[in-house]
Design a protein around this ligand. Sequence first.
Ligand code: HEM
Length: 350
Amino acid sequence: MTSKANKRARAKKIALWSFLSIFLGAMLAPLSGYMYVAVGGVAHAQAAEDTNPRANYWRAVREGFTGYSAVQGQEANVLIQNGGHNWRQWRNGPIANYGPWLFALVVAVLAVFYMAKGRIQVHGAQSGEKVLRWSLFERNLHWINAVMFIALGITGLSLLFGRAVLIPLLGPEGFAAWAEAAIAIHNLVGPVFILTTAVIILVWIGHNIPKSHDIEWIKQGGGYLAKGKHPHAERMNGGEKVWFWIIATFGVAVCVTGVILDFPNFGQSRDTMQLSNLIHSAGAIIWIAVALGHIYMGTLATEGAMEGMTTGYVSKEWAQQHHDLWYEQVKDQQVSDARSGSTTGSPSTY
Ligand code: HEM
């Protein structure tokens, strides 16, 4: 073979091998991903991301990435607000599921307690002497607040549990009509209730500072557990102080979050609204559960308590039995049964 023929044969061989290696490389290169996963153990999600070049893009959208929108307005450029999903899970999950169980538990405990202990009577003969316990202003404040609390409780719980409880009872149209009225009542009464609650806190905070004998009152169950025993109490006893501080903490949280929800035009984000809604509903459920206990104590459990909050006066014996330390402060202002008809007085030594 001539050297020319040799050169041509060599060039052919190089071209053939070059073609084969490029062809083989082109065929095998896409399979390298599988090799990478098999050898490196990289997660399946990562492989999916490699094969979906827009995965990161959609993930960003899902996590609230703000894009461009010609529509003006708060968060109008957010396509998917991820927090909404979490809010829904919490609201329709633990809050909606455990709330009714808490109410049922409180009602059951109170019913058992009432069956076991009955009503606490005022001991001994009644002298007919009375002392002013609540001024007219305090009674009006209490009852206006209580009526609004009940209205807010009924309308709020209707909105929270309406889908599960009221749609089966009223039907979708009936529930829609009631829900419209309920939200209007809730949103209008709420701000007035916040005002009266704030006044209640200011007016009664001075009487609700915890003292050592309040701990003793709570330890002894206020004398409700062992009949005849009555631990010391000032104008407000240990139990009433607990109720007061529930109002001043959980109640205040419910009121503040209520304002955030009722007036959404002050720049609060959806995240803030969602968090407020969760605190508002969970706080309200706890507040209502404790209020059931307060209502039980004020009506069924204690003879003479309602008389105090309606006429303003309580008997000398009631005051001595339930609020002995307070009675010592006000006993000079005692009036006879007949004179207690005037209910506009203002307790001067409070
Ligand atoms: C409608 C149901 C209610 C009834 C039957 C009721 C009954 C009573 C009664 C009888 C008293 C006087 C207790 C005593 O003389 O020691 C009282 C005190 C009081 N009530 Fe009510 N109440 C009701 C609702 C409410 C609500 C909704 C609130 C607040 C949100 C409230 C807050 C208070 C406070 C702060 C006191 C003063 C004693 C304390 O610090 O606990 N009440 N209630």
